[in-house]
Write a protein that binds this ligand. Sequence first.
Ligand SMILES: Cc1cc2nc3c(=O)[nH]c(=O)nc-3n(C[C@H](O)[C@H](O)[C@H](O)COP(=O)(O)OP(=O)(O)OC[C@H]3O[C@@H](n4cnc5c(N)ncnc54)[C@H](O)[C@@H]3O)c2cc1C
Length: 364
Amino acid sequence: MTNSIAKFENVIIIGGGPAGLAAALYTARAGLKPLMFAGSPPGGQLMLTSEVENYPGFESILGPELIQKYRTHVQKFGVRILDQNITKVLFNKSPFTLDTVENSYQAKAVIIATGAKALWLGLENETRLRGKGVSACATCDGFFFKNKVVAVVGGGDTAMEEALTLTKFASKVHLIHRRDQFRASKIMQERVLKNPKIEVLYNTVITDVSGENRVEGVKLRSIKIDSGQARMTKSSHDDSRILKVDGLFLAIGHKPDTDIFLNHLELDSKGYIVTSGRLALELAKLKIKNEKFKITIENTKIEEIKNKFDFNYNSSTNISGVFAAGDCVDFVYKQAGIASGMGIAAALEVEKYLETYESRPKNA
Ligand SMILES: Cc1cc2nc3c(=O)[nH]c(=O)nc-3n(C[C@H](O)[C@H](O)[C@H](O)COP(=O)(O)OP(=O)(O)OC[C@H]3O[C@@H](n4cnc5c(N)ncnc54)[C@H](O)[C@@H]3O)c2cc1C
C-alpha cells in the first residue's frame, strides 16, 4: 500500500548490482543526486559467488566484497541507497511514478538495472555447494577447474557454449541432458559432439550433488521423456548412480527480473528489456539479410515496434526517459564488467536526456 508521494527525483535507479551501482556512480558525479533502489536482498548475482577473478582491477575478490566496495564508493559521492524493491511502475507520463510497498516516488528519468536470475535445479545440496563447485557461469568459474572433471546440465545453445568453454580448462566434461536429443542449434551440437573432452549423457537427470566442503560428485538417474505425451517417465529399473566430478555447471537458462515491466515496456519473448541499441542491431541484421546472423526478436515485432524507440540513445527503452542496463537487457554476455559498462552508458545518456528534459513532451 502506498501512502505518500515523495520527492520529485532527477533519476531513480532500480537495481543494486554492478549495472545499477555503476549508473549510480556516474549520475552522482554528474550532480544528478540519484536515488537507488537496490532491491531486497540487495547486491545482485555477485552475492551468490565466491572468488571473482575477472573483474578488471581486482586480481581476486569475493563477489559480496566487490559489491560492498562498490556501495561504499557510490555512497562517498552521495548516492542514496534504499534496500527495497520497486513493486509497481507507471511510465505513461513524465515524471514517472515508481512505488515501493510503502511509498511512491517520482522521477524525470529512470535507469532499470534489475538483472537476471540464473535458474537452478533446486537439488537438496545445490545451494550449500554454490561457489564451492556448483556454478551457473563457465566464463566466470571455468578457470578454477583446470585439469578437473566437471558436469554441465542442459541441452540448449547455452549448455553447448558452457561445455565448450569448460573444455579449455577441465580434463573432462560430462554433458548431462534429460532428453534423447539436444535443443541446441545444429552447428553448436556438432562442435560439442566432435570435442573429444566432452562425453554426453542423454536421458539422464541429476538428482543431487554431493560433497562436504566442495563438490565431489553428482547423483544421476536415467529417465525417459515421453515426448509424444510430453511426460517424464522413470526407467523401469532404479539405476541411481554417483558420477565423480569436481564441479557442476547449470546451463538451464536465466530469467530476467522484469516481471514488473510487463505491459509497461517492450520486452522480448524471454522477458529481456528491448533497448534501442539492441533493436538497431536487429534491424541491421535484417537489412543485411545474411542467414548467418541470428535474429533474436521476431521480424514482425521489429517492424511493429521500431518507431517507438529513440535511436539517439543506445540504452533507451521504448519509453523516452526510461533506460535499461545490465543483465536485464544483456542476454548474451552476462558479465559484471559488461553490466557495469552498460550502467555507465545509461548514466551518460540520462545526463544528456535531462539536459533537454524541460522542452520534451511529457506524455508517452
Ligand atoms: C554464480 C554466479 C557467479 C558469477 N561470477 C561472475 C564472475 O566471476 N565474473 C563476472 O564478471 N560475472 C559473474 N557473474 C555474472 C554477474 O554476476 C552478472 O553479470 C552481474 O551481476 C549482472 O549485473 P546486473 O547489475 O545487471 O544485475 P544483478 O547482479 O542481477 O543485480 C540486479 C539487482 O536488481 C535488484 N532488483 C531486481 N528487481 C528489483 C526491483 N523490482 N526493485 C529493486 N531492485 C530490484 C536485485 O535485488 C539486484 O540488486 C556470475 C553470476 C552468477 C549467478
